[in-house]
Design a protein. Sequence first.
Length: 132
Amino acid sequence: HHKDAEALMGINIDIQTDIFSVFKTDDWKSRNIITIPENVALPDDDHIVINVHHQPSEGNCITGQLFIEIKTVSGVGPRPARLIADTLDLYLEQKSFSHTQFFRSSFSGKGVYASEPAKYLSVYTIPFKHYR
């Protein structure tokens, strides 16, 4: 069954594999930023959650955006989240990985979670193109 699933993997898995390869490197891991894909249990420590969104393909090119939720301790100001955003820029902004090319990022503080008042949410967004 596993082999059948691998044969069915298409563009969604290709894009995810390219993007997540950045966060599997020893260099990224040395930054000690807990990195979690969407829909996975969340830790109490500061962490980021990665969400990949893309549009239908146009020929050999698919455009999309990587939305990264940056969750830090509330009440300590914007610096921890902005440091994480700067670190993400070092790895993603205007970089290419396999078939995926990233462009310029944006950052936005969103506020304290109503359901998690100990956490402050910021969002790092970066557009990409994936070529087949």
